[in-house]
Design a protein around this ligand. Structure first.
Ligand code: PTJ
Length: 270
């Protein structure tokens, strides 16, 4: 059979082609220093969560995205924090979203390693980024409440931001940013991570699906009045939204269990 295969040798017809191609992007990113070694493992953890809610954008994620976009549009100094995984998977979308929202991009890494900031800068610039913060290590200031490398932030970016968008986090920063009075919007496939629980708005979905959808929502909500945007935000309840997401996971696993039993019962003599 003469099948269309990509540069990774994955045929288009493979039922998990998208997932496999995304893995290869992450691996390539690691070889180019964009992604930290631990980023591969973080991606695997994300995949596992994605799997147990159907690898699709569920209604609570849409609600969270709408509240997130409304919050970012109304923010005075919004900032989008960029790490290795996000940069390799969604560089073009990060740039488009930052332009649509009038929000700056700041590279902020957990794993500092010689050459990583430069590597991420290059792919963001290739994607069209004109202004990137977090480049000059000597200029950084520290968030005292934070122990990890992420405490070093750009004085013109996260440090003075009122709303911080943090796709794919590692836990402790959300709490620290909140202590500093900032509104935190997180994207995390794990609905019960520390980041998810502590963020003001938690989008439980894959960053690869979230950013294109957020761009679409931004163009829609930019036409809304301030009052309408405030209403979207005040109607939103993060705790309830995470609970809905957990119910979706529970039901999805229940359904999978039934399907697996049906299959096993029908094939008992094989
Ligand atoms: O580039 P760096 O140095 O800043 O490091 C980035 C990583 C992601 C390696 C670092 O922040 C880290 O170690 O993160 P954690 O603690 O592994 O947490 C990452 C979270 O992101 C986990 O809860 C994953 O489920 C989730 N996640 C992984 N892939 C995705 C994701 N969430 C949304 N979309 C994904 N594609």
């Amino acid at each position: 059979m003469n099948e269309n295969k990509d540069k990774y040798q994955i045929p288009d017809s493979h039922p998990r082609a998208i997932s496999l191609r995304t893995r290869h992007k992450i691996i390539e990113g690691m070889k180019n220093l964009v992604v930290a070694e631990a980023g591969l493992i973080a991606h695997g953890r994300g995949e596992a969560f994605d799997y147990i809610f159907g690898e699709r954008t569920n209604p609570p994620a849409i609600k969270a995205m709408r509240a997130a976009v409304a919050t970012l549009i109304l923010a005075e100094r919004p900032i989008i924090s960029v790490n290795g995984n996000t940069a390799i998977l969604t560089s073009k979308e990060l740039v488009e979203l930052s332009e649509a929202l009038n929000s700056k991009l700041e590279i902020n890494l957990f794993y500092r390693k010689e050459g990583r900031i430069q590597a991420i800068r290059e792919i963001l610039e290739l994607a069209g980024a004109k202004e990137i913060l977090g480049l000059n290590e000597d200029m950084m200031v520290e968030i005292e409440e934070l122990e990890s490398n992420r405490r070093r932030v750009d004085p013109q970016g996260i440090n003075i931001a009122d709303v911080v968008f943090v796709p794919l986090e590692d836990g402790d920063r959300t709490e620290a940013l909140k202590k500093k009075g900032k509104t935190v919007i997180a994207v995390d496939l794990n609905p019960i991570s520390r980041t998810s629980i502590h963020a003001d708005i938690t989008i439980v979905d894959n960053i690869t699906r979230v950013l294109p959808k957020m761009i679409e929502i931004t163009y829609e909500l930019k036409r809304y009045s301030e009052e309408q945007l405030k209403k979207i935000i005040s109607d939103y309840n993060n705790k309830r939204n995470i609970q809905e997401m957990l119910d979706i996971i529970k039901n999805y696993i229940e359904n999978q269990k039934e399907d697996a039993f049906k299959f096993l019962n029908n094939n008992i003599n094989i």
